[in-house]
Design a protein around this ligand. Structure first.
Ligand SMILES: [Zn+2]
Length: 336
């Protein structure tokens, strides 16, 4: 369930509950696409303040479905918190390209056999792995796309959304960078029976201003009392701007991917690790994470120069703690 606890302009604070767990919104979810947060144990992630993650059900289905169904996803990956599951993002399965048809997403299994995710199959898989919050199957065109392709994706996404309704389900809204298509998609899907609404197909290469404008025109069309999720957006600046437009939940690989590549976010701005000119004792005086409490910037930089995997772990811990602190500050600001 979702409850709004404070509002300030279009920004809102809320609480989202599922399976004995709760998160405060606005919230940021790290991605655990294939049922792991890269480089971290669940305990390490939880210590940074993470309470909810997002997993990709299509990846699980292709790689390890039976074992996950036996134990349930929470137990399989030992995640004692909320799990969201998506089944899009098939563009990222490089070796076995997937194709979208009117029936669903056609993809190859590792043994070469072709299978199809219809909207019903996607929901069945997400239910079978015991996800807390499920996402409807959508058609997300890769960027750049033509207007014709964006129109086709909206038509298909609306048709499929009808078949993916449910009390724990999020719809996904498409429409590319076309405000009229975004509005049409939002208006039609907002009428349907969903727990919440997610905006997809953004932050995939289009200019930033266009992404912000699409969020701006969409949120006023969504039901006030239901949660709004912006998929794939995870930079601190974008999150701050989109909270003001009424977004409650974000997910993105941005902070964790940056950490593994040696970019950490700090209260003084970004630091690129692994370079000869990075020197210093405190990593971020304002951060109280395990990494900042115990290690110097010199040491962390040295780990990256040595290409040591411990550097990626410590940087990931810090970036997730940074995101958690950012979301806490955002919520405090909304409450006033
Ligand atoms: Zn830190």
């Amino acid at each position: 369930m979702f409850e709004i606890t404070a509002e300030n302009g279009r920004a809102r604070c809320g609480v989202l509950r599922a399976g004995g767990h709760s998160i405060e919104t606005p919230a940021f979810l790290p991605v655990a696409t294939k049922a792991f947060i890269k480089t971290l144990t669940p305990n390490e992630a939880k210590e940074t303040g993470v309470e909810a993650i997002i997993v990709n059900a299509l990846h699980i289905y292709r790689k390890i479905f039976d074992a996950v169904v036996e134990r349930g996803l929470h137990d399989f990956m030992k995640w004692d918190g909320i799990i969201f599951t998506d089944s899009g993002g098939f563009q990222s399965i490089k070796k076995f390209p997937a194709r979208i048809t009117d029936d669903g997403v056609l993809f190859s299994m590792p043994d070469g056999n072709q299978e199809i995710f219809t909207p019903e199959k996607s929901m069945e898989v997400q239910r079978a792995i015991e996800s807390d919050f499920l996402f409807a199957l959508d058609d997300c065109p890769s960027y750049p796309y033509t207007r014709r392709r964006a129109e086709e994706a909206v038509e298909r996404t609306i048709r499929w959304a009808e078949r993916c309704q449910g009390e724990r389900n999020f719809a996904i809204l498409q429409g590319g960078v076309y405000a009229d298509l975004r509005k049409k998609c939002a208006r039609e899907i907002a009428e349907m029976d969903f727990f919440g609404f997610a905006m997809g197909g953004l932050c995939i290469g289009e200019p930033k201003e266009e992404m912000h404008y699409m969020v701006e025109v969409t949120t006023p069309l969504l039901p006030e009392e239901k949660p709004r999720h912006l998929m794939g957006v995870g930079s601190p600046e974008d999150i701050m701007a989109c909270v003001k437009k009424g977004i409650d939940i974000f997910d993105s690989a941005f902070p964790t991917r940056n950490a593994r590549h040696g970019t950490i976010f700090t209260s003084h701005g970004k630091i690129n690790l692994g370079k000869g000119n990075v020197r210093g004792d405190a990593i971020d005086e304002e951060c109280n994470c395990y990494t900042c409490r115990n290690f110097s910037l010199d040491y962390l930089n040295y780990l990256f120069r040595e290409k040591e995997s411990l550097g990626m772990r410590l940087a990931t811990i810090h970036n997730l703690a940074y995101m958690n602190d950012l979301m806490t500050k955002i919520r405090e600001e909304i409450r006033g």
